[in-house]
Unconditional design. Structure first.
Length: 109
């Protein structure tokens, strides 16, 4: 899963949040400068499936503080259940966090 690093996050806090081992996190991101991350960097979190995406018609969306999937579905006039089904990396639709990247798919809607 792609993840947008938020302020004051480090590899240790992300490993704990996502329940991954540090060595797996580092292996999934071999180009980290001095094994450091910074705000705004997009890193790979191993062990989370990315949705299969069409070549066009999808828009990546970065979860913002206060977002819920229901609110996002209303804002973009998309079906809530479709957002959930198109993003299998979301284990629990009630638990999303700032920096998480989801995909809003418009083609074929």
């Amino acid at each position: 899963m792609k993840y947008l690093v938020q302020p004051n996050e480090n590899l240790e806090t992300l490993a704990a949040r996502f329940g991954v081992r540090m060595q797996d996190l580092l292996a999934a991101n071999p180009v980290l400068p001095n094994n450091q991350i910074y705000q705004g960097m997009i890193i790979e979190i191993p062990g989370y499936d990315q949705p299969s995406l069409p070549s066009e018609g999808y828009i990546p969306y970065v979860i913002q503080p206060g977002d819920t999937l229901y609110e996002i579905s209303r804002r973009f006039n998309l079906d809530y259940n479709r957002i959930v089904s198109q993003n299998p990396q979301i284990v629990n639709p009630n638990v999303i966090w700032p920096g998480q990247i989801i995909y809003l798919i418009y083609l074929g809607y």
